[in-house]
Design a protein around this ligand. Structure first.
Ligand code: GUN
Ligand code: FE
Length: 460
């Protein structure tokens, strides 16, 4: 049904500019799209009358809350969720061997997959993630189950069946490039049967990363992309040992980025996670191909991979979104990833040459842009989600800072970790949410107009 969302809202206008409206009304039609946006609203009934929306239900926010676009997680490994927080002192390659491959291999069990995938989808929704780009495992039944669960819970999701025919344990890999492609096709077919127009569920071609794919496997996936024009996700330039591995396994290629490019895997629909250690030539190639980057700051710190130079990439006009990279990253929350993006940018600032420091720092507005608009652009969804504009889909979260909210203003108390005293500006409230907020502040979440999560702070 139609709904009108009344109260404060905020979204990112540009990388630098957070647009905040303290008395808005957003009308969402039956299609789940935004049909009108009114600002400076003091009398909602006259707005409803003017729009011809009299009698339509109003979802109202009280004093210290606001509507915000749903978060977009451009990089998350659903089967690694049980390992969130478990990484010790490992770095990428031994982390993969010690924790990641054994956990992922266990998804040959559908019971295991059901248990974990239900939890991670619930958990990301509760943190306001309305779109997630998931890596699953090599297992087709478990990958299809992840799609089923996202479909049932109405999360917008990219579902990637992981392809790898070398490096991982023999019991956890593709037996041939043909096997990788056939298995990927099987999941594409299943996802398409659930959502024929790919309006919420999108298959994504997923070579794990260059070292775990033979050249024949990379080429076969490049051809699959050419045939289907489906998006691609993979990892790039995360840590030094990985760079060495790529140099050894692909000695004739000029760079890591060139490996993907030479196999038909680098294009405008490619999302490259990490991008920590890229040469200027690689940055230029990524830019020339229009490929996108997923910045995973929590993971890059936890696995001591390095600090991605986000400002430099932004200045090169490369599109960047945020990734939680569970479980390289310990938290499934994009708000936490945004917070880490700020902190990592401070480390880049402290480590850079004289006079360059401040330029590296990301602002609150910028990391929130990465978490919403940037992610949407990285995944090719910028016309549909990531902000509040007429014609865009209502993928949104109701953020509450201290007060009860709900339909027609009814609702319980929100007990979040953010203390608002009442004198803060909206920018200050949003900064307090960014640094101290958690899922208790996310009272309700919608995807394409449909309520997909709520706490007791929200009624209706
Ligand atoms: N590189 C290859 N596989 C992975 C993975 O699962 N996580 C991370 N962070 N990097 C990878
Ligand atoms: Fe990853």
């Amino acid at each position: 049904p139609r709904r009108v969302y009344v109260g404060a809202f905020a979204h990112c206008k540009s990388l630098e500019e957070l647009d905040i409206c303290d008395a808005g009304a957003i009308g969402v039609g039956e299609s789940g799209r935004i049909e009108f946006i009114e600002r400076d609203v003091d009398d909602i009934s006259s707005v409803l009358e003017k729009q011809g929306w009299k009698g339509v239900k109003v979802v109202k926010i009280k004093d210290h809350g606001f509507f915000f676009p749903g978060f977009i997680d451009t990089h998350i490994h659903a089967p690694q969720y049980p390992n969130a927080g478990i990484f010790g002192k490992t770095t990428l390659i031994d982390w993969l061997d010690k924790y990641t491959f054994p956990m992922e291999a266990s998804f040959s069990s559908l019971a295991r997959a059901r248990q974990v995938y239900n939890r991670i989808v619930n958990r990301t929704l509760s943190h306001g993630t309305t779109t997630a780009a998931y890596y699953a495992t090599v297992h087709v039944p478990a990958t299809n189950l992840l799609a089923d669960i996202c479909h049932a819970k109405h999360q917008r999701a990219f579902i990637g069946r992981v392809c790898m025919d070398t490096m991982s344990p023999p019991n956890y890999r593709d037996t041939s490039p043909e096997d990788a492609v056939a298995a990927t096709r099987a999941t594409i077919q299943h996802i398409t049967s659930l959502d024929p127009s790919h309006s919420l569920l999108i298959p994504i071609i997923t070579p794990r990363f260059a070292p775990s794919c033979t050249p024949a496997c990379l080429s076969a996936l490049g051809r699959l992309h050419k045939e289907t024009n489906l998006p691609i996700q993979t990892h790039i330039a995360e840590n030094h040992a990985e760079l060495d591995l790529v140099r050894r396994t692909f000695p004739s290629h000029p760079s890591y980025t060139a490996v993907y490019d030479d196999h038909g895997l680098l294009g405008p629909r490619t999302v490259l996670a990490h991008a920590v250690h890229l040469s200027p030539a690689e940055v230029a190639l990524i830019r020339a191909r229009g490929a996108k980057v997923s910045h995973c700051p929590a993971s890059n710190t936890a696995l001591t991979s390095g600090a991605a130079k986000v400002r430099e990439l932004l200045l090169e006009d490369i599109t960047i979104g945020l990734g939680t990279d569970v479980s390289g990253g310990y938290s499934p929350s994009v708000l936490v990833a945004a917070r880490h993006a700020v902190m990592v940018s401070r480390h880049v600032a402290m480590g850079s040459g004289e006079g360059e420091g401040d330029a590296a720092k990301l602002t609150e507005a910028e990391v929130l842009w990465l978490a919403t608009r940037g992610g949407a652009r990285a995944l090719g969804l910028e016309e549909r989600v990531g902000g509040f504009e007429v014609g865009m889909e209502w993928d949104a979260q109701m953020v509450v800072l201290g007060e009860g909210v709900g339909v027609d203003g009814e609702g319980g108390e929100a007990e979040g970790p953010v203390d608002v005293f009442g004198w803060e500006s909206w920018e200050e409230r949003i900064a307090k949410w960014l640094y101290n907020g958690d899922d208790r502040n996310t009272a309700a979440v919608w995807v394409k107009g449909e309520l997909v999560h709520k706490t007791q702070a929200f009624s209706g």
